[in-house]
Design a protein around this ligand. Structure first.
Ligand code: HEM
Length: 323
């Protein structure tokens, strides 16, 4: 018995040392080519003169689309995340295959059968081209759509920073490294830190799982007998349509749908990193909202193409010309 408990405490020490080492290494990785612009390059008034109706056009198309598909807003915010984590927020996720130059990111495991809403982005782009031709980038469409998704689910609102231009390449290696629902916490923290997003950003941004759907194959419980792997469940089983802090209370009860959500409490690295933040957000919705907005702005600042870099795509699925 004594030998067993000493083995357990040695294991605990080993795990703690493992977490500390990984977190220190991750910290040292800050500042490789993904440093955010700090908001200097982008501005909320970017289209004030060139396309003042941009926000309203995006909002109207999303409103229309969600009449027939309620999930459109949540799918669009997810696209913004998967865009920003690959090559920065440059609309690369929207590109279709155009081989051999462009290999689409849509086929990597994190996107295949999960990333959706591309037809709605096409409709938004067409409406914007009619209102102000050649002005609004596809990357900015995703950033605006992300804010509108949250706003339509109740709150909070924020002024989206704009001015990103569209990329002309995809990055399959990086898309294959998108955070996975099966990653342990140290891996998730490392993937966020690679973009200068810290522990609070990880906890706040995962709060987006307060709404939207998940295929049962990705849930902790997995699919029940007779369910197909793609059967949909609510990510937040208590208040599935509301953007609120109930998600964190679900975690406290051990009821997260994704293992990558629950690890913020259950992982050996959690106590020293994410657990206190989950408790804070579970107890104070305003605190969650404030941090969610700040983290969305930080995420939206990942390596934007500005000035003369990139292009304003005519069609979000294709680069304007082969470079
Ligand atoms: C730790 C990082 C994350 C992981 C591992 C992760 C994983 C997942 C998975 C597995 C799904 C379900 C996909 C499916 O069933 O097809 C999902 C859905 C979703 N994710 Fe995340 N996610 C992460 C972070 C984020 C972030 C940062 C946001 C936004 C800020 C976000 C927003 C969403 C939304 C809204 C949905 C529902 C999409 C829909 O209804 O179509 N996630 N996520």
């Amino acid at each position: 018995m004594a030998a067993a408990s000493s083995r357990i405490s040695s294991l605990g020490l080993l795990l703690a040392a493992h977490c500390a080492l990984l977190l220190a290494l991750a910290g040292a990785a800050h500042g490789h080519g993904y440093a955010p612009s700090g908001g200097v390059a982008l501005s909320s008034g970017f289209y004030d003169e060139s396309c003042p109706s941009a926000y309203d056009v995006v909002r109207r198309v999303i409103q229309d689309a969600r009449v027939s598909d309620l999930r459109v807003p949540t799918s669009l915010i997810c696209l913004h995340f998967h865009d920003c984590f690959v090559n920065g927020c440059d609309g690369s996720i929207l590109l279709d295959d155009d081989l051999p130059a462009i290999q689409s990111e849509k086929h990597v495991p994190a996107n295949d059968k999960s990333a959706r809403g591309f037809e709605v982005v096409d409709d938004i782009k067409s409406a914007l081209e009619a209102a102000c031709p050649g002005i609004v980038s596809c990357a900015n469409i995703l950033a605006l759509a992300a804010e509108i998704s949250v706003e339509l689910a109740g709150r909070p609102r924020w002024r989206v920073l704009l001015g990103r231009r569209d990329g002309t390449t995809t990055n399959i290696k990086s898309a294959n490294n998108l955070p996975s629902p099966f990653d342990p916490l140290d891996k998730l923290l490392e993937k966020f830190r690679n973009f200068n997003l810290d522990d609070t950003d990880l906890v706040a941004l995962q709060g987006a799982h307060t709404f939207g759907k998940v295929q049962c194959q990705f849930t902790q419980q997995n699919c029940t007998a007779g369910q197909s792997s793609g059967a949909l469940e609510n990510l937040d089983q208590v208040t599935p349509k509301l953007f609120d802090n109930k998600y964190y209370n679900n975690l406290l009860e051990g009821h997260a749908q994704l293992r990558s959500d629950q690890v913020m409490l259950s992982d050996p690295c959690a106590a020293a990193t994410t657990t206190p933040i989950v408790h804070r957000f579970a107890g104070n919705q305003q605190d969650f909202f404030k941090n969610f907005v700040a983290s969305m702005i930080k995420m939206g600042n990942i390596s934007p193409l500005i000035g003369k870099d990139g292009e304003i795509r005519n069609n979000c699925r294709r680069v304007n010309k082969r470079y």
